[in-house]
Design a protein around this ligand. Structure first.
Ligand code: RRO
Length: 309
């Protein structure tokens, strides 16, 4: 049987040694966390989504999990874009794996300012854009009070991508992180817009926005936003799979990074069957730590070995 999947893919000239990496927001905010990911068996590392300035995010507790799910309202807590742009300078001297920088300005203007500074050659900064293999624009943060998820608004999505390409052109690999879609019409509408741009990849799905989970005392499990937050973990896998499958059909030439509810090697395999080129681990990484990558690779390989005949 011909393999329908590639376990060491190349995306826009960037080579991956396996297909399992972290999801943005999970174990990727601080220098130590990022270093641990680089030293792990993850095939690549994506940073926490960043704003122009350092952002402390929402009040604690802002993350909670159960066997089936996680809920978070982190509120874009991050070190500011300069930190994530400079981060690969040292680590990549010893460990060369692909690095994705995720950006999530609170307004269109903020994303533009970040990109203008990154690509301003006269800028007296320490970034080496050759060390940032992909810039991923997060169109789907569900947890900023008063801010809609851009990816649910077709016009805003189109406008932000037009503005980004005016600055970046073909100087970098640009991908987007999408919210989950649930309506067949929505898939077609957003795909028509994404198709206008030469995106390096799409990552789907972000958490399911504005869920509510009780804690053991029947109170809200997290403090911000009246207890509402983005849902991840095992329960979201059917939506992750459907989003990857739909976009793989609608955008057959765009590599897709699948994310949502991966706990076992079988889950990774299911994402491959739906058309993912890479997969990301979020909640399970938070629960298990960076050793999750070697466990999942071992489990995936044993499934794939049984398929070879
Ligand atoms: O920081 C967050 O609250 C957050 C972000 Br930016 C995101 O994209 N997805 C999410 O579940 N939480």
């Amino acid at each position: 049987m011909a393999d329908i999947y590639n376990l060491s893919p190349t995306i826009n000239g960037v080579k991956f040694n396996n297909i399992i990496m972290n999801a943005s927001g999970c174990h990727c905010t601080t220098n130590d966390e990022l270093d641990e990911l680089f030293k792990s068996d993850a095939c690549a590392v994506v940073s926490k989504s960043c704003t122009y300035d350092k952002h402390i995010g929402n009040p604690q507790p802002r993350y909670y999990d159960t066997d089936l799910l996680s809920i978070n309202s982190t509120g874009l807590a991050n070190e500011g874009y300069k930190f994530y742009a400079e981060y690969p300078n040292i680590i990549k001297q010893s460990i060369n794996k692909p690095y994705f920088m995720s950006i999530a300005g609170l307004k269109l203007h903020e994303n533009i300012k970040i990109l203008q500074e990154l690509f301003d050659n006269d800028n007296d900064t320490q970034y080496d854009m050759k060390l940032i293999d992909f810039i991923e624009v997060n169109l789907s943060c569900p947890n900023i009070p008063g801010k809609p998820q851009i990816g649910y608004d077709l016009e805003s999505t189109d406008n932000i991508l037009t503005s980004i390409y005016e600055i970046v052109g073909d100087k970098a690999n640009i991908g987007v992180k999408l919210p989950p879609y649930f309506d067949i019409q929505q898939f077609g509408n957003i795909a028509d817009i994404l198709n206008k741009y030469n995106l390096s990849h799409i990552t789907c799905i972000n958490s399911l926005g504005n869920g509510f989970v009780f804690d053991d005392d029947y109170g809200p499990s997290i403090k911000p936003n009246n207890g509402y937050g983005g849902i991840g973990g095992a329960v979201v896998k059917p939506f992750g799979l459907s989003n990857v499958r739909q976009f793989h059909k609608l955008l057959p030439n765009t590599p897709i990074i699948g994310c949502g509810g991966i706990v076992t090697g079988r889950d990774v395999y299911e994402y491959l069957l739906c058309g993912a080129s890479l997969v990301q681990i979020g909640t399970q990484l938070v629960k298990e730590g960076p050793s999750v990558f070697s466990r999942l690779s071992t489990e995936l390989n044993s499934i794939i070995d049984t398929k070879k005949y």
